[in-house]
Design a protein around this ligand. Structure first.
Ligand SMILES: Cc1cc2nc3c(=O)[nH]c(=O)nc-3n(C[C@H](O)[C@H](O)[C@H](O)COP(=O)(O)OP(=O)(O)OC[C@H]3O[C@@H](n4cnc5c(N)ncnc54)[C@H](O)[C@@H]3O)c2cc1C
Length: 443
């Protein structure tokens, strides 16, 4: 008899969500996690009385997206979300809400008027391109930007590229920003892709989980059916045993037999775990690219950030996304103090200590008041997604050439980003395991 029906390699959000779904559907599941905790890059922990997350997070598509679908189907305990509020754009001391409507765009005075008009024209030109044979997934944003655009306009688009795609605009495909299926009538036409990742005022589609990211992990753990899921941490999987199909795993400590294996580590590492994967398949996996991020968490002795929402710092060097998490849930900071996460995308090659210094000075240069009220500093160097969306970078696929072996997580699915993308990969995996179609389904 097999030890388990399913072994899930990795206890990040995709591993936990799939273990929950499969156990609720009657399978006996084992989760093997190499670290000492589960949650991967979606968890929280205490630093000097502040509850920091693994990077600032806006959980997206909460009304109709994949996480909502999984929560509705499988969660006994659901996390509570506070609306994420407005995305503000900051240039120096000036701060404005992100311009969603054409009217707001025309009065968005952080960018020169000429550039705003040009960009509007560009939008319509791009719209026209949708009706041509041009493959927009191969056209970088930089290609369509007029060369005489101002520096700040370039930075604005570069910021969006870095935080939506994980690459500078020279590598960001314009298809990532355009989605003619899901835009709202009030938004600038055809920027649905952007719309889905950011937010309009008052929308409840994005949220911050009360109790931090950990509350999502805890809700999943509390929803596991009794005696159906075993979790072993500090147990790295070294090999996946295959014999015509996946039939077990070997760890540093033990080995386990099973019918099905779900792998949620880096798909590009799969060839280290499985012998004899087809060359074409591994060749594609090796084209997957990732970017690293630096988050600086600052505990502040007073509330410096007063708005309900996050800030896009488009003229700081490096660019930053700033999220005062204690504005959503005051309990993540000691009473009367503020917890703020500053996320930076790191270049391909970098010296971490230098980047920390540079990023910290960018914070103090932008808002000098902060330096005087720092109570706690905590740094995190993390990989937000296991695949970036740049031109010429590859993606994995939930289905592998090995029977009963699936890959899940942010490099196995292209839709959306972050936690939503991880959740899409889980839904897709469930669908394939149930014998459903392997066709891409858009939401
Ligand atoms: C700074 C930052 C900001 C972010 N912002 C957002 C945001 O605003 N919104 C959003 O939705 N998402 C955001 N994300 C991304 C999101 O958190 C991740 O994309 C998501 O959590 C990834 O989940 P995963 O399960 O695919 O991967 P992971 O969390 O990486 O989980 C994989 C797990 O597998 C384990 N593992 C790997 N190999 C093995 C092995 N051989 N044996 C055993 N265990 C193994 C790893 O230790 C890890 O725990 C952000 C991330 C960062 C870092």
């Amino acid at each position: 008899m097999k030890d388990y029906d399913v072994v899930v390699i990795g206890g990040g959000i995709s591993g936990l969500l799939s273990a929950l779904a499969l156990s609720k559907e009657g399978k006996n599941v084992l989760i093997l996690e190499k670290d000492e905790y589960v949650g991967g890059v979606c968890r929280s922990y205490l630093v000097d009385g502040y509850l920091v997350d693994t990077g600032p997070h806006a959980i997206t598509r909460l009304e109709t997206g994949p996480l909502k679908e999984l929560m509705d189907r499988y969660f006994d305990v659901t996390p509570k979300f506070i609306p994420f509020g407005i995305y503000y754009v900051r240039v120096g001391k000036k701060i404005r809400p992100f311009p969603w409507t054409i009217k707001n765009w025309l009065t968005f005075d952080l960018l020169p008027t000429k550039d705003r008009l040009l960009l509007l024209k560009l939008l319509f030109d791009t719209l026209y391109m949708l009706n041509t044979d041009k493959d927009l997934s191969m056209v970088p944003l930089s290609d369509i930007l007029p060369s005489d655009s101002s520096v700040i306009t370039k930075k604005f688009l570069d910021w969006l590229s870095y935080f939506m795609v994980g690459t500078p605009m020279e590598e960001a495909p314009i298809s990532r920003f355009i989605d003619n299926r899901s835009h709202k009538p009030s938004s600038i036409p055809y920027v649905g892709g952007l719309y889905n990742l950011l937010i309009t005022e008052g929308s409840a589609d994005q949220g911050y989980p009360v109790g931090g990211l950990q509350s999502i992990v805890d809700s999943i753990l509390k929803s596991f059916p009794k005696n159906r899921v075993d979790i072993k941490t500090n147990e790295e999987v070294l090999k996946i045993r295959c014999n015509g199909g996946a039939e077990g795993v070997i760890t540093r400590k033990d080995s386990y037999d099973c019918d099905t294996v779900l792998y949620s580590g880096f798909a590009s590492d799969l060839s280290n775990l499985v012998d004899d994967l087809p060359r074409e398949y591994t060749k594609n996996l090796k084209t997957i690219k990732t970017v690293n991020s630096l988050t600086i968490w600052l505990g502040l002795t007073k509330k410096v950030f007063k708005n309900h929402g996050s800030e896009m710092w488009i003229d700081s060097d490096p660019y930053a996304w700033v999220v005062p998490t204690s504005n959503y849930d005051p309990k993540v900071a000691p009473k009367g103090k503020q917890l703020v996460g500053f996320a930076f995308i790191l270049p391909e090659k970098y010296d971490l200590e230098e980047m920390k210094k540079k990023a910290l000075s960018a914070i103090f240069d932008t808002i000098p008041e902060i330096e005087k009220c720092v109570d706690m500093i905590h740094y995190q160097e993390l990989i937000p997604e296991k695949a970036s969306w740049g031109i010429n970078s590859g993606f994995g696929n939930v289905k592998t050439p090995i029977k009963n072996l699936y890959t899940i997580g942010t490099d196995s699915e292209k839709r959306s980003a972050g936690v939503s993308r991880a959740a899409y990969s889980v839904l897709r995996c469930l669908e394939i395991m149930k014998g459903g179609s392997n066709r891409e389904k858009r939401r």
